[in-house]
Design a protein around this ligand. Structure first.
Ligand code: CA
Length: 220
């Protein structure tokens, strides 16, 4: 899950980046409207957190341009503009949701989960395959009725594979979901996470497709 965070307030931006990373999201943080546009052209994002009052290009204009170009990525507006007309304009210009600052990280995380659920067409929060069950809220994992303790990144790898059953994800695709810009990625980080997941769940759960990547294996 890779999130684009567009926020020019350094304190808010830094605390959001830390909070979201702590939840296992990869976060790219930019501080003006033009950089947001550039980031969007080069990186596939799962979700955008967009401040409205931004240098170089206003958040509302950035959003309107994205929607006019047909970009469907979920956008959650973060704004101090608590006036009703601003919120209405944001939603009318293609935002999926908004939060008025100051807000609580737990509420932001709940809204992110709701947006991702909607995007994936799920009404229930659990992600399941066979006897494997993931709860993105509590990050609890259950396999064959037994709880399994995973780190935030192990959880993120498993979630990525579960959300695209049948698809092969390359190491680079998984790294993209796990790490934001400027985060140091050990060259074998993904292999290590997969190794730990297999040790905890059984080797059949993740299949290696030689020379390509990984896909979800047997979960019954
Ligand atoms: Ca701002």
């Amino acid at each position: 899950m890779r999130i684009l965070l567009v926020e020019d307030d350094l304190m808010i931006g830094e605390s959001l980046r830390q909070g979201l990373r702590g939840e296992g999201f990869a976060v790219d943080w930019v501080q003006d409207g033009r950089s947001a546009e550039l980031a969007m052209e080069t990186t596939p994002y799962t979700l955008v957190l967009l401040d409205l009052g931004l240098p170089k290009k206003d958040g509302l204009t950035v959003l309107r341009d994205w929607r006019q170009r047909g970009l469907t990525v979920p956008v959650l507006i973060l704004t101090a503009r608590d006036a009703v007309p601003d919120r209405v304009r944001g939603l009318d210009n293609g935002a999926d949701d908004y939060l008025v600052k100051p807000f609580d990280l737990t509420e932001l995380l709940a809204r992110i989960r709701a947006l991702l659920r909607r995007r994936e067409g799920r009404v229930r929060e659990l992600i399941e395959s066979g006897a494997l069950r993931l709860d993105p809220v509590t990050r609890a994992v259950e396999y064959r009725g037994q709880p399994v303790a995973l780190s935030a990144r192990e959880f993120a790898v498993l979630r990525a594979l579960l959300e695209t059953p049948g698809a092969v994800l390359s190491r680079e695709q998984l790294e993209d979901r796990l790490y934001g810009w400027g985060e140091e990625v050990e060259s074998n980080a993904v292999e290590v996470h997969v190794h730990h997941l297999r040790r905890k769940l059984g080797s059949e759960v993740i299949r290696t497709v030689r020379g390509v990547g990984y896909r979800l294996g047997e979960t019954s």
